[in-house]
Design a protein around this ligand. Structure first.
Ligand SMILES: [Zn+2]
Length: 357
């Protein structure tokens, strides 16, 4: 049933998006749903030849060329790029440039420095990087990329009998994508230490070492280089990037939020004002997570729920929606422009213009 509903929703979504494009309906929707601007979200910026083979992972990647196209298109459409600090102060003073755009990059991938920064620099566009400090300290790894390399792209491609014994779900191994999804779900349900041990078992089976994947994430030198850059703001994103609502106690949630904030402050010598919830969906954030984030003293907190930013978010700064940049072609660029009008958010959020929670 949920699958049927999902199918129906995406059919309606596609139809409304197409209708908006053809009829100019977006111009009608925009005043109500477009808000004052939007926070854009991206994860990885990598050249096409280095993109993931697995669709699920490629979804989190755009090319530097596409990032440039997005920036140029937004400029043409009259958007002014602002920093997260400027966005936060705009809540107080109610004086954002309209429409505004605020770029954010999650997690702390090495490609943020190598490929994203040069593009933002070329267009003097500010952005915030939300960093989960465990990635930088090497206590966690981007498991979805590790699993892709070990399970999908490796040769021999699949874990051997030892790994099969370790995890019965590998029975579905005839389908690599399904296997990846099963393993990814499994690894996300484990504690950080158990995640590492689980991935290490798989790595050893493939004669690989987990340290070989460290280069995917920034090191502290890289984070410091970003932090020093006048266009870059650094934000917190917990220590271990867990789905926070699944943590057993409020103390653990606080440890994740405050631990990440303090680690960044200690290494960078600056106050960390902004926070992004890992995963950021309504299933991973509840009232407990929002309350603790507020108590940690962050001035803005972003989710991954789709929506635009309205002055009324002033009292909902603990759950600011974002719009993800995905794809990489003309069609996805047109779609992004419609999303900025609030067309898709309107459908996703049952016609509520100010997306919170
Ligand atoms: Zn993240």
């Amino acid at each position: 049933m949920p699958r049927l509903r999902q199918k129906l929703t995406s059919t309606i979504e596609r139809s409304v998006m197409a209708l908006s494009r053809c009829t100019g309906l977006d111009r009608v929707i925009r005043p109500l749903y477009g808000g004052s601007g939007a926070i854009l979200l991206l994860h990885r910026v990598v050249p096409r030849e280095r993109q993931s083979r697995l669709a699920a992972n490629r979804r989190l990647e755009i090319t530097p060329e596409y990032l440039e196209q997005v920036i140029v298109q937004l400029r043409r459409a009259g958007y002014q790029a602002i920093s997260m600090d400027r966005l936060a102060s705009g809540f107080e003073r109610r004086d954002w440039p309209r429409p505004f755009i605020c770029f954010s990059i999650d997690d702390g991938y090495a490609d943020t420095l190598e490929y994203a920064l040069p593009v933002f620099e070329a267009y003097q566009t500010p952005f915030i990087v939300y960093i989960a400090t465990g990635y930088i300290d090497g206590t966690i790894l981007p498991w979805h990329l590790v699993l892709e390399a070990l399970v999908v792209a490796s040769n021999p491609p699949l874990p051997t009998a030892h790994a099969r014994r370790a995890e019965a779900i590998i029975d579905r191994s005839e389908n690599r994508a399904a296997l990846f999804h099963d393993l990814n779900r499994k690894i996300l349900s484990l504690s950080p230490r158990a995640q590492y041990a689980f991935a290490d078992t798989l790595a050893q089976e493939s004669d690989r070492s987990l340290t070989a994947f460290r280069h995917l994430m920034l090191d502290w030198q890289g984070v410091k280089a970003l932090a020093r850059h006048p266009l870059v703001t650094i934000g917190a994103h917990t220590v271990n990037h867990p789905p926070l609502s699944q943590l057993a106690t409020a103390g653990q949630v606080q440890q994740e939020m405050l631990g990440g904030k303090r680690r960044l402050e200690e290494k960078l010598g600056q106050t960390i004002e902004h926070f992004a919830y890992p995963f950021g969906t309504r299933h991973t954030i509840g009232e407990r997570e929002r309350r603790i984030a507020r108590q940690c003293g962050f001035s803005t907190m972003t989710t991954t729920r789709e929506g635009t930013i309205h002055p009324r978010h002033h009292t909902h700064r603990d759950s600011l929606p974002r719009i993800e940049i995905a794809g990489g072609n003309e069609a996805s660029l047109k779609q992004l422009m419609l999303q900025l009008c609030g067309v898709r958010a309107m459908l996703y959020n049952r016609f509520v213009p100010v997306v919170t929670g």
